[in-house]
Design a protein around this ligand. Structure first.
Ligand SMILES: O=C(O)CCC(=O)C(=O)O
Length: 355
C-alpha cells in the first residue's frame, strides 16, 4: 500500500477509530477534557444535553410551515432584513455546469438578496410554493450578532467550556443557518474550530480528516454567481469578469444514480477509500467540527418546516499540525492501488492549491 493510504489508515487506528463514527458525549465535557480528548488530537465529537437551557430550543421550533408569519421568529425579527441565499438547486458555493459549455464546471455562488425576515422564513418553510427557488438564510460574517441581534437572549453568546479550552478568547464569528431539506453545503474546510449547535430539525454531516485531503481532488474552478429575476422567476449563472479561479473539492458524495459510475471512476480515492465519518446532529446537540476537517452538510426540517442552527467559529492554532497539513497537500499523489482510468488522468492531474 502506498504511503498516503497508509496515513489514512494509521490516523484511524491510532486516534479516530475504524468504525467511521463520531464519538458522542452525553453531557458537556470540562474544558480540560475537551482540550485533551478532542481539540489537541483534532478529533470531532457530538455533545448531547449541552444547550438544554437555551430558550431558543422551545421558542424557535413552534411555528408550523403555513403559520411561519405568526411565529415567534417572525415577530421578533418583523422589522429586520436578512441575507437570503437563492439558488435553483439548493447548491450554493458548489460546482455547477458552465453556462457556455455544460461539460465544464464552475464554482457557483448564490444570489444574495436582502429580504424582510418574515418573507424569508415563509419561502424557506414552504418550499413547495416556489419549487424553482431554493432559499437558505445564512451569511458567514457573524450574522447572528448583527442581522439577528434581536435573538441574542435566546442562545448563549459563547460555549463556555469551549471558550475556556481555546484559551479564553470569545468566538471570532457566530452564524445562524435557517434552511430546509433542499439545501446542501458542498465539501469544504474552514480555518476555524467550529462548535455547531442544532436548534430545530437535523443536520447530516459527512466528515473527512485533513489527512485525507487527496481524496477530495481539490482543483481550480472559475468563479460564477447566480443572478435571479423576481419578474421572470429565472436564474442566470454569470462567470466573473475578469476570470477568477477558486480551489474547490471536486467530489459530490451523492451523485445522481445515472452519474454514479462515472463519478466513482473519476474520484476513486474518495469512493473506494476508507468510509468517511458520518453523523446526524439533532436539535439540542452540538457537533465539535475540528479545524481543517472537510465537511459536507445536508439537513432535514423540524416541525416548523425549517432546520435552524447556530455555529461558533473560534480561531484555530496555526501550529505544527497546520504545517504538516500544508506539506501533505503539496505532495502530488496518485494512488497506484486505486489507479485512474486513462481518460480521466489528465483532468485530475493538475496541481491542487489551497482551499
Ligand atoms: O450548515 C451548513 O449548511 C454548513 C455549515 C458549515 O459549513 C460550517 O459551519 O462551516
Amino acid at each position: 500500500m502506498e504511503e498516503v493510504e497508509r496515513l489514512w489508515n494509521e490516523v484511524r487506528e491510532l486516534s479516530l477509530g475504524n468504525n467511521s463514527k463520531v464519538e458522542r458525549l452525553q453531557a458537556p465535557p470540562t474544558a480540560l477534557q475537551f482540550l485533551r480528548d478532542f481539540v489537541n488530537p483534532n478529533k470531532p465529537c457530538i455533545i448531547s444535553n449541552a444547550i438544554n437551557h437555551w430558550p431558543a430550543l422551545s421558542l424557535w421550533a413552534q411555528a408550523q410551515p403555513n403559520q411561519a408569519q405568526h411565529s415567534y421568529l417572525s415577530r421578533s425579527l418583523s422589522s429586520s432584513s436578512v441575507s437570503l441565499h437563492l439558488t435553483p438547486s439548493g447548491r450554493a458555493d458548489a460546482l455547477a455546469p458552465l453556462p457556455s459549455s455544460p461539460s465544464s464546471l464552475c464554482f457557483a455562488s448564490a444570489y444574495v438578496q436582502r429580504t424582510p425576515f418574515p418573507d424569508a422564513l415563509r419561502l424557506i418553510a414552504s418550499p413547495d410554493h416556489n419549487p424553482a427557488v431554493v432559499a437558505y438564510a445564512q451569511q458567514q460574517n457573524d450574522c447572528f450578532r448583527s442581522e439577528y441581534s434581536a435573538l441574542a437572549a435566546d442562545c448563549d453568546p459563547h460555549i463556555d467550556w469551549a471558550t475556556e479550552a481555546f484559551g479564553g478568547a470569545l468566538p471570532e464569528a457566530v452564524n445562524l443557518w435557517i434552511g430546509n431539506q433542499r439545501s446542501h453545503t458542498s465539501f469544504h474546510k474552514d480555518h476555524y474550530e467550529n462548535l455547531y449547535a442544532v436548534v430545530s430539525g437535523e443536520k447530516h454531516f459527512i466528515l473527512l480528516p485533513p489527512t485525507d485531503v487527496h481524496r477530495l481532488y481539490i482543483r481550480q474552478y472559475p468563479a460564477a454567481t447566480y443572478r435571479y429575476s423576481s419578474d421572470t422567476g429565472e436564474f442566470d449563472l454569470e462567470l466573473e469578469e475578469p476570470i477568477r479561479y477558486v480551489p474547490w473539492c471536486s467530489v459530490d458524495p451523492f451523485p445522481p444514480p445515472e452519474k454514479l459510475h462515472e463519478e466513482v471512476s473519476k474520484f476513486p480515492l474518495y469512493f473506494n477509500g476508507p468510509k468517511p465519518f458520518e453523523c446526524t446532529v439533532k436539535a439540542g446537540e452540538i457537533l465539535y467540527l475540528p479545524s481543517m476537517w472537510f465537511h459536507h452538510v445536508r439537513q432535514s426540517s423540524g416541525d416548523g418546516g425549517c432546520t435552524i442552527a447556530v455555529n461558533y467559529w473560534y480561531d484555530m492554532q496555526f501550529d505544527i499540525k497546520y504545517a504538516y497539513f500544508n506539506f501533505l497537500k503539496s505532495i502530488h499523489y496518485r494512488s497506484p492501488s486505486l489507479l485512474l482510468p486513462e481518460k480521466f488522468s489528465e483532468e485530475t492531474d493538475s496541481d491542487p492549491d489551497c482551499l
